[in-house]
Write a protein that binds this ligand. Structure first.
Ligand SMILES: NC(=O)c1ccc[n+]([C@@H]2O[C@H](COP(=O)([O-])OP(=O)(O)OC[C@H]3O[C@@H](n4cnc5c(N)ncnc54)[C@H](O)[C@@H]3O)[C@@H](O)[C@H]2O)c1
Length: 290
């Protein structure tokens, strides 16, 4: 049976990947320091074992496939703590990639659209220049580069804006923030004019993408998004409609460093036989009960 280690496996995205792969019959172990884990219960419910390890200090369990999702993910924090971001995201990836290569394992590195920086054209394909705009984005890009240097059995999954059940805490994205306010009956607060666009992908579609690369042993760099640009204003409208929120959206000054538009070109991922299955409004409706 194929053994899979998912680092960051008790986090938001890692726990969905770990549970999805376990349900497909892989022998999965989640590896996590639990420092920022929000998906611990999901693992427990699905009976996925967890190894508590801080990859800055501890080794990886033996595996045939390593999905490396562990990282610090907060852009603002990365400006305050650049050293910790380079260590935990870039240097740890060097360690994980070297161990994977020594064991002949397939490494699936969970990267980010943050590696692209300000788009020079849209939609963003995988050949788009990589000029990250934050220490976080740079730490993810260096992770890609060192992994490429150390192992050839490598899949790089550049995730766009991921949302879904279990996304919570101070590092969560715009969807979680809108929904948290909606649950209190309050309309969303939009930073900037709301015309900025993002590509929102459901976490279960991300897990399905990872499963396809494991199954096919597919290597290379892939954008993982929907290919659909949604404005923040439109997102706010959908959330208000679903939650039946009265009142008007509040606007706050734009956040410095935010990019204006982002949308993925996803034909490479399509060529693997994967496509996103959860439309944004359906994905948001599913979040109401959580
Ligand atoms: N959330 C998004 O929209 C998004 C978008 C693009 C890419 N990503 C990438 O997806 C991955 C997962 O992000 P997430 O949203 O699930 O974040 P998360 O914070 O929920 O999960 C990260 C997990 O990694 C663990 N971790 C951190 N450092 C560790 C270490 N040294 N050793 C062991 N475990 C450690 C944390 O405890 C946490 O459980 C990250 O690599 C991130 O860069 C996320």
């Amino acid at each position: 049976m194929v053994r899979v280690a998912v680092t960051g496996g008790a986090g938001f995205i890692g726990s969905h990947i770990a549970v999805h792969l376990a349900r497909l019959g892989y022998r999965v172990v989640a590896v996590d320091s639990l420092e920022r884990a929000t998906g611990f219960e999901r693992l427990e419910e699905a009976g996925v074992p967890l190894v508590r390890a801080d990859l800055r200090h501890d080794d990886l369990p033996d595996a045939d496939v390593v999905v490396h999702a562990a990282a610090y993910i907060d852009v603002a924090e990365s400006w305050e703590r650049p050293y910790e971001y380079m260590w935990n995201n870039a240097a740890v990836t060097a360690k994980v990639a070297k161990r994977a290569a020594e064991r002949g394992a397939h490494l699936i590195y969970i990267s980010s659209a943050a590696v692209y920086g300000e788009p020079e054209y849209l939609p963003i394909d995988e050949r788009h220049p990589t000029k990250p705009k934050s220490p976080y984005g740079l730490s993810k890009l260096v992770g890609e580069q060192i992994a490429e240097m150390l192992t050839k059995k490598l899949t790089v999954a550049r995730l766009f804006n991921v949302y879904g059940p279990g996304q919570s805490g101070p590092y969560s994205g715009v969807i979680t923030k809108f929904i948290q306010r909606a649950k209190q009956g309050k309309p969303p607060v939009i930073f900037g004019d709301g015309e900025q666009t993002r590509d929102f992908i459901h976490v279960e579609d991300v897990a399905r993408f990872v499963a396809v690369t494991v199954e096919k042993g597919a290597t290379g760099v892939y954008n993982v998004g929907t290919g659909i640009a949604v404005s923040i204003r439109k997102l706010a409208d959908i959330v208000m409609k679903i939650f039946k929120i009265e009142g008007t959206v509040r606007y706050a000054p734009p956040r410095p460093g935010d990019i204006k538009h982002s949308v993925a070109e996803i034909s490479r991922a399509f060529s693997l036989g994967w496509k996103p299955q959860i439309a944004l409004e359906d994905g948001l409706r599913k979040l109401i009960d959580i």
